[in-house]
Design a protein around this ligand. Structure first.
Ligand SMILES: NC(=O)c1ccc[n+]([C@@H]2O[C@H](COP(=O)([O-])OP(=O)(O)OC[C@H]3O[C@@H](n4cnc5c(N)ncnc54)[C@H](OP(=O)(O)O)[C@@H]3O)[C@@H](O)[C@H]2O)c1
Length: 235
């Protein structure tokens, strides 16, 4: 039987990188954004026949797993009712300068994924794909058993949904390290040791930063290294 399509809400840098990996892995993909499917024609043409653009509500209604790759401030606009019963991958991060201040997050009272789960009460939210930038997400994917395969962290409260998302990682070219529940996902938020920099590797001092960021293929982060990095985060 054909597996249900992977849904992706938000078809910008991170959403389109995930869509590219999914299509390469043989999955069907449905993508949605806020401006409507017609604005995704070019991306869908690049991705090929396994990809379709639909409305955000249709993504939620048709996909088995739905990745949320929108700016965190767009959370109130997501189709919460249609997402009920779905496994929702929260790939978002909180950046006050981009998203605007959110008092609970600034106070460290909750994790950003806890807010996503509150907004989508009928969905099983799993935080994932938030710690690696879109360029390295594409360049570091490797098949199972490859010595250069990287691991990415996953956090979630509901075991079946976490298992599904771990399986998605495997399919897309990554091992997964489960770091705990959504309450504990602060250990993989921006600014923590496992976030971003390890996948880019050491930044040379003698090159233009923007060029290096655009071009460096990144550095493999195996599961054992990732576990050690996560272990260094304050809890
Ligand atoms: N870029 C990265 O390397 C990276 C890495 C890890 C995590 N993330 C996280 O992933 C999320 C997206 O980042 P990005 O860099 O991919 O942003 P981006 O390039 O600006 O893309 C954002 C996407 O979200 C869509 N969107 C906005 N509001 C929406 C809504 N209400 N419903 C459906 N789609 C909506 C936008 O569509 P319209 O243009 O039509 O509004 C656009 O396709 C952020 O939370 C970010 O922190 C990004």
């Amino acid at each position: 039987m054909t597996p249900p399509a992977l849904g992706i809400l938000g078809a910008g840098r991170q959403g389109s990188a995930l869509a590219g990996l999914a299509v390469s892995a043989g999955l069907d993909v449905v993508l949605g954004n806020s401006r409507g499917p017609h604005t995704l024609a070019e991306l869908v043409a690049e991705l090929g026949p396994a990809a379709r653009a639909v409305t955000a509500a249709e993504v939620a209604a048709t996909a088995g797993i739905v990745v949320v790759a929108v700016p965190l401030h767009a959370l109130p606009e997501l189709p919460a009712t249609a997402l009920a019963g779905r496994t929702v991958v929260d790939a978002t991060n909180y950046y006050p300068g981009w998203n605007g201040p959110i008092a609970e997050l600034d106070a460290g009272a909750v994790t950003s994924s806890t807010l996503v789960q509150r907004r989508l009460p009928g969905a099983a939210v799993v935080k994932a794909f938030n710690t690696i930038d879109s360029r390295r997400l594409r360049s570091l994917a490797r098949p199972p058993g490859d010595p250069q395969r990287s691991a990415l962290p996953v956090a979630g409260d509901r075991a079946p949904a976490v298992d599904r998302v771990v399986g998605l990682h495997d399919r897309l070219g990554y091992d997964a390290v489960v770091v705990g529940g959504l309450d504990e996902s602060g250990c993989i938020e921006p600014g923590t040791p496992a976030f971003g920099a390890p996948y880019r590797g050491p930044e040379p001092s003698d090159v233009d930063r923007a060029t290096w960021f655009a071009e460096t293929p990144g550095v493999a982060v195996p599961a054992a290294t990732l576990r050690a990095l996560v272990g260094r985060a304050p809890r």
